[in-house]
Design a protein around this ligand. Structure first.
Ligand code: ARG
Length: 618
């Protein structure tokens, strides 16, 4: 989302620049003091605070300093601040906190500028260039379950936030496209569809049913079982017929996944990187399902196979791999069980693949942040993989240094009974069924409100979909991802409280205020003139301005719920403002309409980052 306009940086960052100058001027002998700026917990004291005085005092006391305590240190910092448009006044409080009150004229100007230059100028600046976000990652021929839904939703949001922050994101779908189950799938394909090579991919039909049937055959037919086991060897040996059958099965699965992604508005897989070398056995898939002809490269588990021996060699050369009970393993300090990298039968596994993938992402793709979105159950696995990479010197010792690998874990989705979310009839809940139900419930609610006669059929359909899908996504994203949450349609589709429905309606209402004013908002933007005279106007304006630092915090900590909290508070601040300040027909109409517009712009960007489609009327 690059913009040719200058990115202004967050309020925190802009304040940090001023305080850095002041710290350098007031304490020239002390090196390496970084300004510590935070939002004031209590807005009565100020908007922001600078917390350097206490630690500075601890550094200089007893060393013949002229200062008599942290407060005078704070005072010196204030006195050395360069002149700026930004700060109204500063004061010290408590043991030396410096409270900062921003000028409301500056807040107003910043919003006016954003309205003209675009919200992209409010993008945070992050210390990374390229990241791999490994998310969704279902397994071929198996059901995409609610866990994969969470991974898809959370991963997509993280990718969107990073992309907005001008980081290049490789949206990686690490699909489980390798393993012994392919022996029986392939053998079953040969049996069931003798002309499989000529037949279209659709001939396989429902892949889950196909999987179940082949499994049943495998369990009950010893002859078939033997053939299936041989098929695995042939596939791994690269025999063409088996390779082809495997490709066909994968393709059917991918198409199925793609349909879910399309409905969720999520895209995965990326273009081949410039200059990236492909091994001859790499699987290349044209992106026809995305409606373009870009050459997409699928980097599922199988992609890393040819690189595994080399990666294990590197680890072995560092003396990290040992023999244990016939397997080859890496011992990690503090872990009871070692990480198995070669199984007793000589085969590779999930861990060898992930170690190799990490190596590939670092060295071939030159990523500086590798992010993995899976349920918390896989935390141990990733801790061990990352620890091994540190031992090998692939990753730095310090957790906070880049290149960095992060596991983004998430909790379970629970049903109303407090147990793992299931439907009555099936073990796993089908993703598409959830989306369908959310949408149809929304449609019903809209029809009850008389929208079927007021709107076109298409409008009704689109709104129901935006609100329904948005509700499912938001209900997932608003919680801290580590906690389990209960899946409840009534709750998530309520138009009150912290739900997507409430927020989408709030946005639509703001749009209707602007529409009904009859004023041309584009013209108003050019004129400007935001005045934040009323305290509720000022509070709303300041909250708008804090968008960049919230996105930054959400990216750095990989916590989408922070953005949800921000968005919800924004709508609350707006409601307060709208309740207490008359907009249309008031003397301040222009200023207040611009404030409405800025709120709508920021809300829309939040929706976009959360993967939610906004609605404009309700
Ligand atoms: N396919 C795995 C599963 O369904 C998730 C893969 C996650 N990514 C990874 N690099 N291990 O559990």
């Amino acid at each position: 989302m690059a913009t040719d306009k200058e990115i202004v940086g967050s309020v925190k960052e802009q304040l940090a620049k001023l305080f850095e100058e002041s710290l350098r001027a007031a304490f020239p002998d002390i090196e390496d003091v970084h300004p510590m700026i935070a939002i004031c917990n209590d807005s009565r004291h100020g908007d922001y605070q600078c917390n350097n005085a206490m630690s500075l005092w601890n550094k200089i006391k007893g060393q013949g300093t002229q200062f008599r305590g942290p407060q005078p240190v704070g005072k010196a910092i204030i006195d050395n601040l360069p002149a700026s448009e930004m700060i109204e006044r500063c004061s010290t409080a408590g043991p030396g906190f410096i409270n900062v009150v921003l000028k409301k004229q500056w807040i107003a100007k910043s919003i006016e500028r954003m309205l003209i230059d675009g919200i992209e100028t409010w993008a945070p600046k992050l210390p990374v260039k390229r990241t791999v976000v490994d998310f969704s990652s279902p397994n071929i021929a198996k059901e995409m379950h609610v866990g994969h839904l969470r991974s898809t939703i959370i991963g997509d949001t993280l990718a969107r936030m990073l992309e907005f922050s001008n980081v290049e994101v490789l949206r990686r779908n690490h699909v489980g496209d390798w393993g012994t189950q392919f022996g029986m799938l392939i053998e079953y394909l040969f049996d069931k569809i003798p002309n499989w090579e000529a037949a279209s991919a659709q001939a396989i039909g429902d892949l889950q049913a196909f999987y179940k049937a082949s499994k049943q055959r495998f369990d009950n037919d010893p002859d078939f079982k033997e053939r299936a086991q041989k098929a695995v060897v042939s596939l791994q040996g690269g025999e063409e017929k088996y390779r082809k059958a495997w490709t066909q099965i994968c393709e059917v699965s991918r198409e199925e996944f793609q349909r879910v992604y399309q409905r969720l508005g999520v895209h995965l897989e990326e273009k081949k990187l410039e200059g990236e070398k492909l091994l001859p056995c790499d699987q290349e898939v044209t992106g026809s399902s995305r409606g373009n002809s870009l050459l997409l490269k699928c980097k599922g588990e199988s992609f890393y196979n040819p690189y595994i021996p080399k990666a294990l060699d590197l680890l072995n050369n560092k003396g990290l791999i040992q023999e244990s009970e016939g397997a080859r393993v890496i011992f990690i300090e503090g872990k009871k069980i070692p990480l198995i990298v070669v199984k007793r039968d000589g085969g590779f596994n999930y861990a060898s693949t992930d170690l190799t993938a990490l190596w590939y992402r670092l060295n071939e793709e030159k990523a500086d942040w590798m992010i993995y979105v899976t349920d918390v159950g896989q935390r141990e696995h990733f801790e061990m993989v990352f620890a091994a990479a540190k031992l090998a010197g692939w990753l730095p010792q310090n957790e906070n240094d880049f290149p960095k690998a992060s596991h983004v874990g998430f909790g379970l989705v629970l049903g109303d009974d407090g147990k793992r979310f299931r439907t009555r009839s099936t073990e796993v809940v089908k993703l598409v069924d959830l989306l369908d139900e959310a949408k149809s419930r929304c449609k019903l609610a809209l029809e009850e409100r008389g929208k079927a006669t007021e709107w076109t059929a298409e409008e009704l359909e689109q709104t129901a979909e935006a609100v329904g899908y948005g509700a499912v996504k938001y209900a997932d994203l608003k919680n801290n991802r580590l906690t389990n949450y209960t899946f409840n349609f009534d709750q998530m589709l309520s138009d009150k409280g912290n739900t997507a429905v409430y927020l989408l309606y709030a946005h639509a209402r703001i749009c209707s205020i602007i529409r009904k004013s009859g004023r041309d908002i584009e013209e108003l933007k050019k004129v400007g003139g935001i005045v934040l005279a009323h305290p509720d106007e000022r509070a709303l304006g300041l909250h708008l301005l804090q968008f960049a630092e919230i996105v930054e915090e959400a990216c750095i900590n990989l916590l989408p719920n922070l953005l949800c909290e921000y968005l919800y508070k924004l709508s609350e601040d707006f409601t307060k403002f709208y309740t207490n300040c008359q907009v249309v027909g008031s003397a301040e109409e222009t200023s207040r309409l611009l404030l409405c517009e800025a709120t709508a712009v920021v809300m829309r960007k939040c929706f976009y980052l959360l993967g939610i489609t906004p609605v404009y009327k309700i």
